[in-house]
Design a protein around this ligand. Structure first.
Ligand code: FES
Length: 484
């Protein structure tokens, strides 16, 4: 019998995005029942799903690997305790189902015996009617048993329930999956959700959430002590617990950049690598017990020795403890000189911030245009990674205007997004000016006003592009810009 699945679960199983399924629902190709879809309809639309090839999982992992560059997240099994609890729950469910089936079977046998007895004592015409009824019983039972075999999607869904747990947040209805040994906090941030947290190591209590249904398991030690009232109400700490099975939590999510306190964290340089001749990728890692809380697109102040600079973060909080920055060669910039000539792996860099309101409007239903000028790509990259993690935008189109042909210093990453995602487009432009840029956008999208637009680059670039967009009648309320 076909099962009902949530869109998130269905998208994972067939290896596509939630947005792609939403489009199919809107076009009428995929029937939905209160936002759920059946395994039978999924199989009809995606007949090539093969359990043995694990196609869905593989494609999802490929998208993640492409979306987050070189670092492929390892697919790890959950801890033994969680795994055994999940298997125990599935075995219990199976045993319940078996008991139900056995009682139904016994009931059918009793009914049949009773009808046989009635037929023996009945008049010829009544006997005919009883036999007809018995034949219909057999036919109905045969057709049920004939279609009772589990379909591929249902079997994969059972596997998915062992490998990961699905978590729904109230009141937002946001959802995410917890995999491997991730805590609830790590999994929520990885899914691009801005949940409340502070220390990330079990001390402050800011990541508290109330368990509405389901079960959690402590996977990290914590010093925070719950009050009796909190215990009775079922509170848990996201940074110290994982989900045993599917879970519903009630918690606060960050509404805006203003909700995030300023922090000072000493990070270490994980790597400095060349992105072409003129740009370096500065990869910092925050301590395991003190990750930076920020929203994608924000900036921080970096200090190394005597040199400091305010720079946009080129990664998103969904990227674990990693903080990326794109440093442009500049002989007059002390911090850039340090990065190009002095600093190396393991050196300390102090991070202070975050700053700014250049963040994704997660409540907007509109598709998104990202426009970057040269190294203005840094905060745009953070926003794109955030949007990809959320998987809610129907279309994401990146326009990257560079002053020189070598200026698209992460063009391969942009192309990998295009390859991995149906809803991502990339246009590289070289020095076409603001009018040329907007002309190109209008050619691609006749109605620009249907989009939200995020713009980042030098003051001159942002100023000229804003003016050109205004001349096209682009609504200022749908434009968010930052100068890098
Ligand atoms: S973030 Fe501080 S206790 Fe979880």
């Amino acid at each position: 019998m076909p099962q009902l699945l949530s869109l998130s679960r269905a998208a994972r199983l067939v290896g596509t995005s939630r947005v792609a399924l939403q489009l199919k629902i809107r076009s009428g190709d995929l029937p939905s029942f209160d936002g759920m879809v059946t395994t039978a309809d999924l199989l009809r639309l995606y007949p090539d799903i093969r359990i043995e090839e694990d196609g869905g999982f593989e494609q999802v992992m490929q998208i993640k690997a492409h979306a987050f560059g070189k670092r492929v997240r390892e697919r790890m099994l959950p801890s033994q305790e969680i795994l055994s609890q999940r298997l125990f729950e599935q075995s219990t469910e199976l045993a319940d189902l078996r008991a139900h089936l056995q009682s139904y079977h016994a009931m059918f046998e009793r009914l049949r015996a009773h009808m046989d007895t009635l037929a023996e004592r009945a008049t010829p015409s009544a006997r005919e009617a009883i036999w007809a009824l018995e034949a219909q019983f057999d036919q109905e039972l045969g057709s049920v048993l004939g279609t009772a075999a589990a379909d591929a999607v249902s079997v994969m869904d059972d596997m998915l329930r062992v490998m990961s747990a699905h978590v729904t947040l109230r009141p937002s209805n946001h959802d995410f999956f917890v995999e491997g040994n991730d805590t609830l906090l790590e999994a929520a941030l990885g899914a691009g959700l801005a949940v409340n947290y502070g220390c990330s190591n079990g001390n402050c209590g800011l990541c508290k959430a109330r368990v509405i249904s389901g079960q959690v398991q402590k996977v990290r030690p914590h010093d925070y002590v719950f009050s009796e009232a909190e215990k009775n109400q079922g509170y848990t700490l996201l940074c110290a617990h994982a989900a045993v099975g599917d879970l519903v939590l009630e918690l606060l999510e960050t509404g805006s950049a203003d909700d995030i306190p300023q922090q000072q964290i000493v990070t270490r340089i994980k790597a400095i690598s060349a992105l072409g001749d003129e740009v370096r990728l500065l990869h910092l890692q925050s301590p395991r017990n003190n990750r930076l809380r920020f929203l994608a697109g924000q900036s921080v102040t970096l200090t190394a020795g005597e040199a400091s600079a305010q720079l946009p973060i080129a990664s998103c909080p969904c990227d674990d403890r990693n903080l990326h920055f794109h440093i442009v060669r500049d002989a007059n910039d002390d911090f850039a000189r340090q990065v190009f000539e002095v600093l190396g792996t393991g050196d300390a860099v102090t991070v202070f911030g975050p700053w700014g309101n250049f963040v994704l409007r997660t409540d907007s239903p509109r598709p998104i245009l990202f426009v970057a000028g040269d190294a203005g790509f840094a905060p745009i990259k953070g926003l794109i990674e955030h949007a990809l993690s959320l998987d809610t935008a129907e279309l994401l189109h990146l326009y990257w205007q560079a002053s020189a042909p070598s200026g698209h210093y992460l063009a391969n990453l942009c192309r990998s997004w295009v390859e991995a995602l149906d809803n991502f487009r990339y246009t590289a432009l070289v020095d076409v000016g603001a009018d040329g840029l907007v002309e190109c956008m209008v050619k691609d999208h006749a109605d620009l006003t249907a989009f939200d637009l995020y713009l980042a680059g030098s003051g001159a670039f942002v100023g000229a592009a804003t003016k050109a967009l205004a001349q096209q009648g682009f609504p200022p309320s749908q434009l968010l810009a930052t100068v890098t």
